[in-house]
Design a protein around this ligand. Structure first.
Ligand SMILES: *Cc1c(COP(=O)(O)O)cnc(C)c1O
Length: 233
């Protein structure tokens, strides 16, 4: 087995163990292999080991890989979404994880309509208020969620977060995201089944706290040689 296949097998075991601890079914958790900075060959290797969902965070980098690889792979756009890239992002990915304003959601809705698409979106929440990270504050999301819900060409499926690094409160950020989701569902009757949270260092905690989509990069592909966006290695 290659390292990538071995690593994937290990992650699947950890996911199963976390699900077991939390009394959840493994079918409730989707593994997104975050392939940013890694070449198409590495993605092909993961695909050969059965991995179907991949996450990329930069359009210029993702596009050639998407073109080079088989159509059955599903691409999740997990990076910051720039307005002028929305059209192309929608052409390559069905799911976008980091919608961080009502304005952006409305623009994605408009472009989706023009393209005849109905993308699945996560709304990113930045509960810690870290300036280096995007996202709605919980208050802003409470205020704007109803307006976002009325947009007809997008389907908001849940919330996403990237907690601060190692602040000792990781579990708390994850449980807060779940509670915020539950609150919005209760208040508006919206259908928000998904929670995108957890990366290589904390996906097991995220699953214990209700994650449905974990975004795991380095634990599958190895250490990244360079940083993306100066945001998340
Ligand atoms: C890079 C990245 C990940 C994966 O990070 P790892 O620590 O390598 O697992 C997850 N989510 C987002 C938004 C990222 O940018």
């Amino acid at each position: 087995m290659s390292h990538i296949a071995e690593n994937l097998a290990g992650i699947h075991r950890s996911i199963a163990a976390a699900c077991e601890r939390a009394g959840r079914s493994v079918d409730e958790v989707k593994l997104i292999a975050v392939s940013k900075t890694f070449p198409a060959e590495a993605i092909a290797e993961a695909a050969a080991a059965g991995q179907v969902l991949f996450g990329e965070s930069k359009l210029q980098e993702a596009e050639p890989k998407v073109m080079a690889l088989p159509d059955f792979l599903e691409w999740h756009f997990i990076g910051r979404v720039q307005r002028n890239k929305v059209r192309k992002i929608l052409q390559i990915s069905r799911v976008i994880h980091a919608i961080d304003s009502l304005k952006l959601a409305a623009y994605v809705d408009q472009v989706a309509k023009e393209l005849g698409k109905r993308p699945l979106l996560f709304l990113q929440v930045n509960a810690s208020g870290e300036v280096s990270k995007g996202g709605f504050s919980p208050e802003k999301l409470r205020a704007e969620f109803s307006s976002i819900s009325t947009l007809e060409n997008i389907e908001v499926i849940g919330l996403m977060t990237i907690p601060p690094d190692d602040d000792g409160r990781t579990r708390q950020w994850f449980s807060q995201l779940r509670e915020l989701r539950d609150e919005l569902v209760k208040k508006t009757g919206a259908n928000l089944p998904a929670l995108s949270m957890g990366m290589s260092g904390d996906f097991e905690i995220a699953i214990e706290e209700g994650a449905t989509h974990v975004r795991v990069g380095s634990a599958i592909f190895g250490k990244r040689a360079y940083r993306v966006d100066g945001e998340l290695g």
